[in-house]
Design a protein around this ligand. Structure first.
Ligand code: NAD
Length: 331
């Protein structure tokens, strides 16, 4: 079995978004360190609503992920969402043009609270997306919490326990997820479900794991770690230290077949399983080039969050929650 996920930007069909009064869901991937958020919720019927387009503010769209998200926002049908023409960065910068939208770049260190209040008045229902730096995660979240602005946190790192505690205590709605690639998250969740339902199904099998990322990434991929955990629960007994990390360009080009234009931004993962008597082989693969899979997932998360806020949602969600309402999103 081999499955390859290749990121691509696809135009989307105009559609009404789904609004739901469901207040949240239990997540498969909620970190165990997270404070207890509502574990179960009364399910109310999902209804179709002709919602106005969602204003999305992207901080910081001069960074790589922020730019990709901003491009995905302007690439969506105008009935779904639009890009707020103001963004926060670490410092004030010249305005940038994203698909014809000229975005003013303000310093988050100078009167950001007042600017946020003003934007909320000008763009009712605004959702903030954050792709900044690990060191900025908690400070930025405190700003969004203080000004009661629902947000999607794609930035990794920072103090995650504090992040979840702050948002939960404020009863603010937010999507927080270190992996916004919906299809990758779905694969990860499916492997986890398999391990939970069929523990030991691959007992005795040997596992080989190879992952390739841009040379600047030093650590083992978090996704690989999560998938390996599921394979171990299935009986493999694999040491995460044995993952083959490919970070050299010649191997990426010649052996992994990474396209040259994606050497600086790719995430390739291959998991090979072999039976004890060498007669049965399985192979799972997910190869992502570029950032559009994360950017599109982020916009879907923002639309999801907007529907939750409209329905009174006030809790922390992740990409499993977004996936569970797949009917409202695209790609
Ligand atoms: P980047 O360095 O290209 O961009 C970061 C930007 O943030 C820079 O433009 C910087 O000026 C700006 N910045 C710094 N401090 C800021 C602050 N206090 N407020 C606002 N802006 C500030 O980095 P990137 O490649 O875009 O990655 C950003 C983050 O997204 C990283 O944490 C990365 O791990 C994460 N990421 C997450 C996913 C996901 O699926 N959730 C996918 C890819 C990357």
């Amino acid at each position: 079995m081999s499955c390859v996920f290749v990121a691509r930007a696809t135009p989307v069909e105009p559609r009404a978004r789904l609004a739901s009064s469901r207040r949240g869901t239990r997540s498969l991937s909620r970190p165990s360190a997270a404070p207890k958020v509502r574990a179960s919720y009364a399910m109310a019927p999902t209804v179709l609503a002709a919602a106005p387009p969602v204003p999305i503010m992207v901080n910081d769209l001069t960074g790589k992920m922020g730019r990709a998200v901003a491009e995905s926002v302007v690439g969506r049908d105008k009935s779904q969402c639009f890009l707020v023409p103001v963004a926060f960065s670490g410092s004030a910068k010249p305005a940038v043009d994203v698909g014809g939208v000229v975005v003013e770049i303000k310093s988050i260190r100078e009167d950001a609270g007042a600017a946020l209040e003003d934007l909320k008045k000008r763009y009712p229902g605004m959702i903030v997306v954050d792709y900044t730096l690990p060191a900025a995660v908690n400070h930025n979240a405190e700003l969004y919490v203080k000004h009661n602005t629902p947000f999607v946190m794609g930035t990794t790192g920072g103090d995650r326990t504090k992040l979840l505690t702050d948002v939960t205590a404020a009863k603010l709605a937010a999507v927080i997820a270190p992996q916004m690639g919906k299809q990758v998250v779905a694969f990860q969740a499916a492997m986890k479900l398999m391990a939970e339902n069929f523990p030991g199904a691959f007992k005795g099998y040997t596992l080989e794991v190879t992952e390739s990322h841009q040379t600047s990434k030093v650590d083992t991929s978090g996704t690989a770690k999560a998938i390996v955990q599921s394979f171990n629960d299935l009986g493999c007994g694999f040491d995460i230290k044995d993952v083959t990390l490919v970070r050299d360009v010649p191997t990426q080009l010649e052996k992994m077949n990474v396209p040259e234009e994606f050497l600086l931004g790719h995430a390739y993962h291959t998991y090979k399983l072999k039976s004890p008597d060498n007669t049965v082989f399985f192979e799972f693969q997910h190869n992502v080039c570029g950032r559009s899979i994360y950017a599109e997932g982020t916009v879907d998360a923002a639309l999801f969050l907007s529907a939750k806020v409209t329905g009174g949602g006030e809790t922390v969600y992740d990409m499993i929650d977004v996936l569970k309402e797949g009917g409202m999103v695209t790609n």
